[in-house]
Design a protein around this ligand. Structure first.
Ligand code: OAD
Length: 231
């Protein structure tokens, strides 16, 4: 079976009603990223961070996977599919994808200060003062700016075994995630689905599908199943 790897970002979940970060009206226009998504912010104002992620978690109850998530999951019938996502929502899993790597953590999990104890919280809340079993403060299981990305090497290895790579809904501005594409084997098909221009000038071969994730994935599925068979 051919291995298809999806590199997804906030635009993947936009049609489900979750805001992206850097578009106009995106989350980083409403919040100061240094305050709510950095390790320094956590030390400075943990209550603000807890509230920010409690709100994001609560929003998960209101949203559903969109057509794009569903098409990706359905491809597992005919392809080995791995999703490497920068998203912290659980919409890929809820759509049925079975192999999802969350580079920037997961909203539905919480952890202790040094991330050695991880707990499922679903869409629940962390209250100020909540502690992990080791007595340290409970925090969202999120990779903030200023922290390492523990899954990046695994992700790079996965991309290096891909026969097809598809990038969806990421501005490719945040490293190391944005550098993953460079681990792909030379000559494989690379597709980029995004309704807005994204700088892809450094990729060798990329076919751009300038559409939102749902329509873009419908188009990609047609390309993959051209003449009724997968190539
Ligand atoms: P961005 O907000 O930077 O980029 C979102 C991308 O999605 C842009 O290229 C948009 O054009 C595109 N887009 C918008 N609507 C779309 C749709 N309906 N379908 C497809 N694409 C659409 O989000 P990311 O690149 O994911 O990290 O941001 C990367 C990281 O920065 C996030 O994981 C987060 C953030 O700070 C942390 O918080 C640690």
């Amino acid at each position: 079976m051919k291995h298809i790897v999806f590199l997804t970002g906030a635009g993947m979940s936009a049609e489900s009603g979750i805001s992206t970060f850097r578009d106009s009206n995106g989350l980083w226009e409403q919040y100061d990223v240094r305050e709510v998504a950095s390790i320094e912010g956590w030390y400075r104002n943990p209550d603000l961070i807890l509230k920010f992620y409690n709100d994001r978690r609560a929003q998960l109850r209101e949203v559903e996977p969109n057509e794009g998530h569903k098409i990706i999951a359905a491809l597992e019938k005919d392809l080995q599919v791995t999703v490497v996502t920068q998203n912290v929502d659980d919409l890929h899993e809820r759509a049925g994808s079975s192999r999802v790597i969350h580079l920037h953590g997961e909203l539905t999990k919480v952890c202790n200060e040094n991330k050695t104890l991880i707990y499922d919280i679903g869409t629940g809340v962390i209250n100020p003062g909540d502690k992990a079993e080791d007595g340290s403060r409970l925090r969202p299981f999120i990779v903030w700016f200023g922290e390492t990305v523990p899954l990046i090497e695994r992700a790079a290895e996965i991309v290096s075994t891909a026969d097809i790579v598809v990038i969806i809904g990421t501005s490719m501005q945040v490293y190391p995630a944005a550098g993953l594409i460079h681990y792909a084997k030379g000559g494989i098909p690379v597709y980029l689905i995004d309704p807005n221009p994204v700088d892809s000038s450094s990729y060798l071969q990329v076919e751009i599908i300038r559409e939102k994730a749902g329509k873009g994935m419908t188009i990609l599925r047609e390309k993959l199943y051209k003449n009724g068979r997968l190539f």
